[in-house]
Structures are given as structure tokens and as C-alpha cells.
Design a protein around this ligand. Structure first.
Ligand SMILES: Cc1ncc(COP(=O)(O)O)c(C=O)c1O
Ligand SMILES: N[C@@H](CCCC[NH3+])C(=O)O
Length: 420
């Protein structure tokens, strides 16, 4: 069920009219549906119920949407967190996620971050390299602790997604090459301060085909057997995230159910506990970016619909050429073909070119759909535009869950030295 729907000709999020949010909070603003987040959390959990030993660990990828209220909704659903910085770790803890359900990924964890995560008592470090393992070993030994670790492997599989978000090819910076993994695992298992518990993998994001994932999981399964045959203990496997979501209406992608069936088939004889790090599949379609048309400018080929949101608020179209459905809050039944652009002084600040969309005029409200993941979190203050607000809707009520940060607040954090 879509919680962003027209009711009496006016787009609502659950039972709240979008215009009420625009009037009270201003635009642009991210709007999240609590009911959608909860539904996605439940669908993903049900799809993976009973895979592996015990119940799997579901660690939401905080990078997709780190808003504290969003994390709290997911913590209430029993989710843990996949974090990639001490900032994300603090957020997961502040939202009430249990330390034991937190995994720490990422290729550049600093010594200070490793220490902070050990102090917090997180469940697992996903080690990316020998060098990181050695550093963590030293820090944990100094602290008189043993860090629970998995070795992240790079299976050299092309996930078939955008190059910038592919992470499992040999020349991507992530993980340990699968050919080196058995010997490195054996070595790290002898190092003080580390407890090697298993393997981890994440081959990319917005995956629209399960075949590369399955091929990567099969490779991991072979490695697991090799490790066990050589006497290593492997109890935990983290299969990462990556499941794609539809961005265009009518687009069909593999469902969590199909993903779960594939995981069940491939892992049935692994005899390990499984963990997953879903991000986009939980949050993507739970959020939209609400914006107002500043003006419609005549163009040579198409008119330009200039909206008050820009590439600093929603970077995906400019960064990856990504498509976001764009619809009017009060469609009048007429359509137009337009270029949808923001106010930033770059041609790249274009959300869509030659897009068939609802007819819009100056002052009208519209939304970019599927903006709940990798939306607000990738915002910048380029062109001194400040940071957008975020709102969480629950039935007929809503709350501002992130204040708008005005450009002046950012300016006020700057100093001109007295020698200028
Ligand atoms: C290590 C890791 N885990 C999980 C995710 C979440 O991915 P997605 O949002 O595609 O599910 C990412 C991002 O791609 C990641 O880098
Ligand atoms: N930022 C990317 C996803 C990155 C995934 C990071 N591991 C996107 O919007 O699609």
C-alpha cells in the first residue's frame, strides 16, 4: 500500500495533506511515512524469517537515512544498525539500537573510531583489510578487550549497477580479494585482541537483478567450506544490503520475498547465523521531497519548471543521473513536457529533462518520490542554501524531526581572523 496518495484530488502522506506540511514547515522539506517504514521493516523481516541459525540480525544501513526519528522507528521494529563512522554509531545508540546489534563497516575506520566502537560494545567489526585487523588488534589488546570480527571479502562480481555504487568488483576499494581471504582469515584468527567469527560481503547498491548477488553468495559459500575444512571457526555471515527499489512507476524489481527465497536456497547448508544490512529497500519509498515551483521559465525546447529544491537537497539526479518520479500535489488532469531544474548555478542542477509530468504553475507544490534513502543525508549547503527540514508523518499527525538549518547558522560558524 502506498502511503503517498491522492485523497480528494490532493496528495497526502498517510492522512496529512502535503499542503499542511508546506504551510507549517515551508519547502523544500523531506516527508517520511512512519507506516511505510514499519511496513517495509516487517516485509523484509518476514522475507528472511528463519534463514540461517536462529533469527537473522537486521542491521539498517544508517547511511541511507540517519535521521534519529527514522532510526527510532526501526529500533522499535527490532532492527540494529550498520554504521560506517562514529557519527553514525552515535546516532544508532542515541536512537536506542542495542550495541550488540550494531555492525561497523567501511574501508577507513580511524583508530579513534575503532576505540569508540569497542567502548560502545558493538556486536561486530567488518574488517576490510589486514592493515585494519592489525590496528584493531593493537587497540583492543591495549583496552584488554577482544573485538568480534568478520572479514569482508570482495568476490569480484559485477553487480550490474551504477559504477559509483558498485562495491564488489576487484578494482573497487572494498573488502579483501576473495583469493587472499582464506590465508588472511587464518592469520587474523591467531592475532591477539580479535575474535574472528565469520565473513561479510556487500557488492553494491540499487541491485535490480538477483543473479550477481547469488553468484557472489555462492563464492562466499565455497570460501566458508574451505575455511571450515582447514579448521577455522565460521559462525556468522553478513550478506550486506543492496536490494534495489523501483524509482519509476511501473518498474518491477526483485521483491524482498524473491531475495529471501534465493538467500534461503544458497545458504541452507552453511550452518551460520546470518546478518543483513538493508538501507534503500527500507527507507527509499518511505520518503519524498516536497518542493514548490518558484516559476516556470520559457525554454527553446521545453519550458523549465524551476523548483525551490536543488541538487544540494537531493543529489542523486546530479550524481548518478538518477530518475525520481515527479508529481503535482494538486494535479489538474493536464500534463506538460518540461525540464525540472533547481535554482543552483550549475547545469547539473537538473532533476529531469524533457519529462512528461503534471502541469505545474508558479506556486504549485510537487514531490520527488523515492527520496527517503540517500536524500537528506547527502545534502550539502552549496550556494549557501542551508539544509532542508525533515518531517515524520504518523496517521493524521506529523512532527518536524530535523529543523531546517538556515544559511545564516552555517555562516555564523565561520570566523574572519582579526588580521584581515
Ligand atoms: C557496507 C554496506 N552495507 C549496506 C549498504 C546499504 O545498501 P542499500 O541501501 O543498497 O541496501 C551499503 C551501501 O551500499 C554498504 O556500503
Ligand atoms: N548514494 C547512493 C548509494 C550509496 C550506497 C553506499 N554504500 C545512492 O543514492 O544511490
Amino acid at each position: 500500500m502506498d502511503h503517498f496518495q491522492l485523497k480528494d484530488g490532493h496528495l497526502h502522506c498517510e492522512d496529512v495533506p502535503m499542503s499542511r506540511i508546506a504551510d507549517e514547515v515551508g519547502t523544500p522539506v523531506y516527508v517520511y511515512s512512519k507506516a511505510t517504514l514499519e511496513r517495509h521493516a516487517a516485509v523484509f523481516r518476514d522475507a528472511l524469517a528463519g534463514v540461517g541459525r536462529g533469527e537473522p540480525l537486521l542491521a539498517f544501513a544508517v547511511k541511507a537515512n540517519p535521521n534519529l526519528a527514522v532510526l527510532k522507528v526501526l529500533a522499535n521494529q527490532g532492527y540494529g544498525a550498520d554504521v560506517v563512522s562514529v557519527g553514525e554509531l552515535r546516532r544508532a545508540l542515541a536512537a536506542g539500537m542495542e550495541p550488540a546489534k550494531i555492525v561497523f563497516s567501511g574501508v577507513g575506520k580511524t583508530a579513534a573510531e575503532l576505540r569508540a566502537a569497542l567502548e560502545a560494545g558493538i556486536g561486530q567489526f567488518n574488517l576490510e583489510s589486514e592493515e585494519e585487523g592489525e590496528e584493531l588488534s593493537e587497540i583492543a589488546s591495549e583496552m584488554g578487550m577482544r573485538a568480534r570480527c568478520a572479514l569482508r571479502i570482495n568476490p569480484d562480481v559485477d553487480a550490474g549497477t551504477h559504477d559509483k555504487i558498485s562495491t564488489g568488483k576487484a578494482d573497487n576499494k572494498f573488502g579483501t580479494p576473495i583469493g587472499d581471504a582464506a590465508s588472511l582469515y587464518a592469520r587474523l584468527a591467531t592475532v591477539p585482541g580479535l575474535e574472528m567469527r565469520g565473513l561479510a560481503m556487500h557488492i553494491g547498491s540499487q541491485l535490480s537483478d538477483l543473479a550477481p548477488l547469488e553468484a557472489a553468495f555462492e563464492k562466499l559459500g565455497k570460501l566458508l567450506k574451505t575455511l571450515r575444512e582447514s579448521g577455522q571457526s565460521v559462525r556468522q555471515v553478513d550478506l550486506g544490503g543492496g536490494l534495489g527499489v523501483p524509482y519509476k512507476s511501473g518498474e518491477i524489481l526483485p521483491s524482498p520475498g524473491e531475495y529471501g527465497a534465493m538467500v534461503r536456497r544458497v545458504t541452507q547448508d552453511w550452518d551460520v547465523s546470518l546478518a543483513f544490512e538493508p538501507g534503500r529497500v527500507i527507507a527509499g519509498n518511505a520518503g519524498v521531497l516536497l518542493t514548490r515551483v518558484v516559476r516556470v521559465k520559457r525554454g527553446v525546447v521545453h519550458p523549465f519548471v524551476v523548483v525551490d529544491a536543488a541538487m544540494n537537497d537531493l543529489a542523486r539526479p546530479a550524481m548518478y543521473g538518477a530518475w525520481h518520479d515527479f508529481v503535482a500535489v494538486e494535479p489538474d488532469g493536464e500534463e506538460m513536457t518540461a525540464n525540472i531544474v533547481g535554482p543552483i548555478c550549475e547545469t547539473g542542477d537538473t532533476f529531469a529533462t524533457g519529462r512528461q509530468c503534471d502541469r505545474l504553475e508558479r506556486g504549485d507544490l510537487a514531490i520527488f518520490r523515492t527520496a527517503g534513502a540517500y536524500g537528506a543525508t547527502m545534502a550539502s549547503s552549496y550556494n549557501s542554501r542551508g539544509f532542508v527540514a525533515e518531517v515524520l508523518v504518523d496517521g493524521d499527525r506529523f512532527a518536524v524531526v530535523a529543523d531546517r538549518i538556515a544559511a545564516d547558522s552555517i555562516m555564523n560558524a565561520e570566523r574572519v581572523p582579526d588580521w584581515l
